[in-house]
Design a protein around this ligand. Structure first.
Ligand code: B1M
Length: 235
């Protein structure tokens, strides 16, 4: 077979073994190929992969590669938007699986990305995993001001406030929100969880959050524990 023929050959995702398929999905995510990502996600699920495994090994790992080339100036905003859109295609298929819990809500969470920040993939994942852990989640979207957060707390009366930030320039805004809650004497009415790639434990403490969550799975593990401790402390 000549190279030319080889190039013309279409890749049939279902004929790839698991390892090749995951590799191909990383490439397809990089190229923003939403339909292929949806198909690959479906195939892995049909091969009895858990939703968490598909999410972590095929989608999140692929997005990491996109992030590195974005940082290094190899990919630009339009390409990254396409990659994000492809990732959302896969996530939409995983969502019902990650969110299924079928039990009484353990509590309620309001979650949103902070002002000046439009990254929402991580936040969406946290929302899905929290639903999967049995929480009712009110997602207030991106670019939220203090007023937006306070209005959502007032309206939905959640147990937990979750804030997400992906930029070093927007993460300090979390402190603005928490400081305002302190000023209004409502800080202790809520458990405040923060997360996002540039944050760390120290930052979470510095802004006055109850906890920093490294990823969505940790948020879903930590939330019931903190809620339980708070209920126990209040007798
Ligand atoms: Co943006 N971007 N971006 N971007 N982008 C980053 C964050 C960046 C690290 C890329 C890079 O340089 N390597 C960099 C930030 C650098 C910095 O601040 N130190 C960056 C930049 C610079 C920018 C712009 C400024 C670029 C520009 O315009 N020149 C611009 C800013 C726009 C704005 O917000 N005002 C911008 C724009 C964009 C797009 C619009 C193109 C797109 C976003 C699309 C969308 O979200 N709908 C985009 C993307 C996709 C990325 C990267 C490549 C991927 C982010 C992502 O979705 N990751 C990102 C590179 C990276 O992070 N490695 C990058 C996958 C997701 C599953 O992970 O979001 O970390 P993550 O969420 C995790 C945890 O962090 C945690 O759980 C999640 C799941 O386990 N978590 C929480 C997150 N939120 C939580 C909340 C919680 C708990 C846990 O609450 C309880």
């Amino acid at each position: 077979m000549t190279d030319e023929n080889y190039d013309d050959e279409e890749i049939v995702l279902s004929e790839l073994n698991d390892e090749e398929l995951v590799q191909q999905m990383h490439d397809d995510l990089y190229d923003g190929m939403k339909e292929e990502i949806e198909e690959g996600t479906q195939i892995l699920l049909e091969r009895d992969w858990s939703a968490e495994r598909v999410l972590n090994e095929a989608l999140v790992a692929g997005m990491k590669i996109v992030g590195i080339d974005f940082r290094d100036g190899i990919l630009f905003v339009p390409e990254v938007l396409l990659a994000a859109n492809a990732m959302k295609g896969g996530m939409a298929i995983l969502e019902p699986l990650l969110a299924e819990s079928g039990v009484e809500p353990k509590g309620k969470m309001v979650i949103g990305t902070v002002k000046g920040d439009i990254h929402d993939i991580g936040k969406n994942l946290v929302a899905m995993m929290m639903e999967g852990a049995g929480f009712e989640v009110v997602d207030i979207g991106i670019n939220n001001s203090v007023e937006d957060y306070l209005a959502a707390l007032e309206e939905h009366k959640p147990d937990i406030l979750g804030m997400s930030a992906l930029l070093t320039t927007t993460m300090p805004y979390m402190k603005v929100v928490i400081d305002e809650m302190v000023k209004r004497s409502i800080r202790d009415d809520y458990i405040v969880l923060v997360g996002g790639a540039p944050l760390n434990e120290e930052f979470g403490q510095a802004v006055g959050a109850d906890a920093y969550c490294r990823d969505a799975a940790q948020a879903a593990q930590m939330a019931p524990l903190l809620l339980h401790n708070r209920q126990a402390a209040r007798g």
